[in-house]
Structure formats: structure tokens, C-alpha cells
Ligand binder design. Structure first.
Ligand code: NAP
Length: 259
């Protein structure tokens, strides 16, 4: 299927590794010029080179922290009028809610709710004027089915989801859609670090914990970043103009609600 987005431009936040990288690569394979960001220079430069050599598209790499106003300004200066915005950032740490301070909560809300809202605010009006826009927020399956030790994530991401539920109905009339991708377990550094935390609580090794977690998923495995990226690219295609404000669960069927 031709996704119809060759020649468009995209900002993919937090994209030197993991799910963000998967999204950037998949968009680039569709001919989208991507501007990617991360805090670490070396991994970001390596990912930019990889995307360029695999796809031949223009790739801009901006070393910045997307959870700061300065970082977002640098990213937007490199790509002021994106057709596509993929919001992403690192997830908050795991732990019991009694361990977390008010500052921990403010950091989580800043990273996983307010920063994506600021990126949307900076880009959505241009998309509306041009009559095309696709915004995808990488959130978490925890938005629909809370994960006990990820209380910061459960809470902060629901705030973004609530905001998007309202705005997405106001933008779709001008072909600007806003949807959320909700990853369950995808095989990334982040998943491995969460599994190591759970392994510690259960007195198991991280490797054993990974085998158990994969076996417990209905698919019997973790998702791959390629699967995640391909779904993201489809959600950014010309074919999804009638889909907005949705929570796209990608969890191998782990969430057992009928609807
Ligand atoms: P990952 O493999 O650890 O990759 C995170 C990427 O984001 C890296 O490129 C990292 O680079 C970048 N990054 C982190 N914080 C940043 C910041 N403040 N500014 C700019 N770049 C930043 O993580 P992932 O598994 O892809 O997860 C991505 C998001 O999905 C996270 O919010 C995570 O909680 C959520 N999620 C993941 C899963 C899963 O199974 N993987 C499940 C549910 C939700 P630098 O460190 O160099 O900045």
C-alpha cells in the first residue's frame, strides 16, 4: 500500500533508540524527511546515519532534551512546520507511589503530558492551515490497564490522553488527526530496565523475568520496534483522515477487555 506521504516532513521526538527510532525509520522508508531528537549525541548520530543510508531521505538530528522549553525550541527551529509529529520521551521510573516525591510527579507530568502538549501547540495551527497533519503520541498500554509499579506513567499519560480526546475532534475537520499508540511490551532498553526492576522485586534474574513475561503475553513474545514503526507510519498516512482521538493498543492481546 502506498501511504501517500512521500515528500512530507516529520518531527520524531526521542528517536535515537527503541520505539521512536522504529517510527522514524518507518516514516523515512515512506519518503518522509525526518527530524529526530535525543539527548545523547553518539546514538542519535548513529541512528541518523542508519536512516540516511537505508532510505536516502533527508535526516536532521537535534541533540536536545524534549522535556525542556529550550530543547523543544531547538527541535522546532530545525523543522518549524512539520506535517507529522510523533511525540515521545523517556518513561518515568518504576516504584511504589510512597517512594515518589512531588518533584517526581512534576517531572513525570512534564515529560509525558505537558511536553507533548507544548509540541502540539507549536505545530497544530500550521497543519490546520495546510489542510494536512498527523500527530501520534506514544503513550502506554498502562493508560487503559494500569501497571502497578508504573504509577507515575499511569497517571501522567492519562492527562495527555484526556487533552487529546478533546482537541482531536476539533482538528479532524481540516484533515489533522491526533491519535495515541499504546505500547505493551516491546523489546527495547526501556522494557529491559522495567523487567530488571520487577526481577529484583521477585528475586529472579532479569533474563528469567524476560522469558516469563514474554511467555505470559498471549502472543508468546514481545513486540518489535519494526512492528511499532509500521503501525505508526500507517497512522500517519493519507488513509487515516477519518480516525482521530483513538487509543491504538499494541500489546499482543494482553489487555482482555472485549472492547
Ligand atoms: P528506549 O528504548 O529507552 O528509548 C528511549 C529513547 O528516547 C532514546 O532514544 C532516548 O535517548 C530518548 N529520550 C529519552 N528521554 C528523552 C528526552 N527527555 N529528550 C529527548 N530524547 C529522549 O525507550 P522505548 O522503549 O522506546 O520507550 C519509549 C516510550 O514508550 C517511553 O515513554 C516508554 O515509557 C514508553 N513505553 C514503552 C514500552 C516498551 O515496552 N518498550 C511500553 C510502554 C510504554 P537519550 O536517552 O539519549 O535521550
Amino acid at each position: 500500500m502506498d501511504l501517500g506521504i512521500a515528500g512530507k516532513t516529520a518531527i520524531v521526538c526521542a528517536a535515537s533508540k527503541g520505539l521512536g527510532k522504529g517510527c522514524a525509520l518507518a516514516l523515512a522508508h515512506e519518503g518522509v524527511a525526518v527530524t529526530i531528537s535525543a539527548r545523547g549525541q553518539a546514538a542519535l548520530a548513529a541512528t541518523a546515519d542508519e536512516i540516511r543510508s537505508e532510505t536516502g531521505v533527508a535526516v536532521r538530528a537535534v541533540v536536545c532534551d524534549v522535556t525542556t522549553a529550550m530543547g523543544r525550541a531547538e527541535l522546532l527551529a530545525a523543522c518549524p512546520n512539520p506535517d507529522i509529529l510523533i511525540n515521545n520521551a523517556g518513561g518515568p521510573p518504576a516504584g511504589d507511589f510512597r517512594e515518589f516525591s512531588l518533584e517526581d510527579w512534576q517531572t513525570a507530568v512534564n515529560a509525558n503530558m505537558l511536553s507533548p502538549i507544548e509540541m502540539i501547540k507549536a505545530t497544530v495551527d500550521g497543519m490546520l492551515e495546510r489542510g494536512f497533519g498527523r500527530i501520534v503520541n506514544i503513550t502506554s498500554a498502562a493508560v487503559r490497564s494500569p501497571i502497578d509499579e508504573l504509577c507515575l506513567s499511569n497517571g501522567a499519560r492519562c492527562g495527555l490522553t484526556g487533552f487529546v480526546a478533546g482537541l482531536s475532534r476539533k482538528t479532524v475537520g481540516r484533515n489533522v488527526t491526533i491519535n495515541n499508540l499504546l505500547p505493551g511490551p516491546f523489546d527495547t532498553d526501556r522494557l529491559r530496565s522495567n523487567l530488571a526492576h520487577r526481577a529484583g522485586l521477585m528475586g529472579k534474574s532479569p533474563a528469567d523475568m524476560a522469558v516469563i513475561a514474554a511467555a505470559n503475553n498471549p502472543a508468546g513474545r514481545f513486540g518489535t520496534v519494526d512492528e511499532f514503526g509500521a503501525t505508526c507510519a500507517f497512522m500517519c498516512s493519507v488513509h487515516t483522515g477519518f480516525v482521530t482521538g483513538q487509543q491504538i493498543m499494541m500489546d499482543g492481546g494482553a489487555f482482555t477487555g472485549t472492547m
